[in-house]
Write a protein that binds this ligand. Sequence first.
Ligand SMILES: Cc1cc2nc3c(=O)[nH]c(=O)nc-3n(C[C@H](O)[C@H](O)[C@H](O)COP(=O)(O)OP(=O)(O)OC[C@H]3O[C@@H](n4cnc5c(N)ncnc54)[C@H](O)[C@@H]3O)c2cc1C
Length: 387
Amino acid sequence: MRAFADSPPRVAVIGAGAFGSWTALHLRRLGADVTLIDSWGPGNTRSSSGGETRVIRAIYGADRVYVEMVRRAYDLWLQLDPTLYTDTGALWMHRGDDAYVRSSLPVMRENGFAVDQLSVADAMKKYPQISFNGIKSVWLERRAGALSARRACGVVRDAFTQAGGTYRTAHAMPNVTDSLKSLRLEDGTRLEADHFVFACGPWLGKLFPDVVGDAIRPTRQEVYYFGTPRGSERYQPPRFPIWIDFGERIFYGIPDVHGRGFKIADDTRGEVVDPTTQERKPSEAGLMRARTLIAERFPEMTKAPLIAAEVCQYENSPDGNLIIDRHPHASNVWLAGGGSGHGFKLSPALGEMVAARVLQDKAVPEMFLLERLHALKKRETQFDRKN
Ligand SMILES: Cc1cc2nc3c(=O)[nH]c(=O)nc-3n(C[C@H](O)[C@H](O)[C@H](O)COP(=O)(O)OP(=O)(O)OC[C@H]3O[C@@H](n4cnc5c(N)ncnc54)[C@H](O)[C@@H]3O)c2cc1C
């Protein structure tokens, strides 16, 4: 832990999802006096970091910034707790254009990530559980896997408190028009600090209507778990990988890890929802679409029973990029969010970036700054798909 010459700066981090918990831990490691608060707790079921698992993989087209963040994130996740990660590899299956994967190859190579092209015949031999009907190209990202999601947030929070940070369950009610001396909490108390970092995921737009507003769109996303055949490892790693099927809709899945079942999710953005009040009951239509994909791609699983489901929300920025910036009217208020369906894996590297920005004035990549949102809003850009 680094010490400050005078008294350490006091930093309040609001939101103990993946982004806020990691930010708080890095701030503490840099020697700040940090308080982390959350309305419902780290990785709670309403948050975007809730649920069982998230994919970590490094293919990001030609986007060097993200590939480097993933490389750093692997180190930080594994240093913190290797049991949070299950290595599976990721199988990219394309019915049409595979330019996204192809364009990633040089930067993947530079960063030490191996990607193999498989012929469809070889893929069928390696993964007999998968039907490759209609698939034109197959790539295997060798290093990729599943991260525990909700559990990881608790592990990061615990590492933070063990390092001397303070955690509280409390609900912040910011009304930011100028720099803050203290933050009003719903229980009637105030939280004093020198810096305030808001890592409030899908709530960020509502908390900062003038600065963020609908630049964060929370969309409803459903995740299903199907029961695998008993007494078999056919749908577990290393025999079964994380997979992505680029059809009209992009479906992806995670093998049966921790006995939770065969996970499948549709990456298509759902309706805009309120993360506080949305009912988390899976829809018949969504379930039917998942069953149709399963019947086509994983024939043995056609009649598998649904054994669990999660309803979550992405917190989409207009271009799918993260948001890390200072509040334009308050020099000691910082915003971190915009995970856009792909942010979880990056959170250790994001937290490090935010902490260095707040305490050491280090720059963050321009693609994460608020400024670009205004330009995007003007062009009414379509919401990008990055995960
Ligand atoms: C179904 C689904 C699948 C995904 N798949 C992947 C994947 O495979 N790989 C990947 O990398 N990413 C994935 N993501 C994206 C990733 O999970 C999110 O981008 C990431 O978890 C966002 O974390 P966060 O900390 O910004 O937000 P959150 O986890 O939502 O955390 C925000 C926290 O702020 C708290 N909060 C809000 N307002 C207040 C307030 N006023 N006062 C106090 N506390 C407050 C909330 O309680 C919450 O805990 C997926 C997301 C979903 C929903």
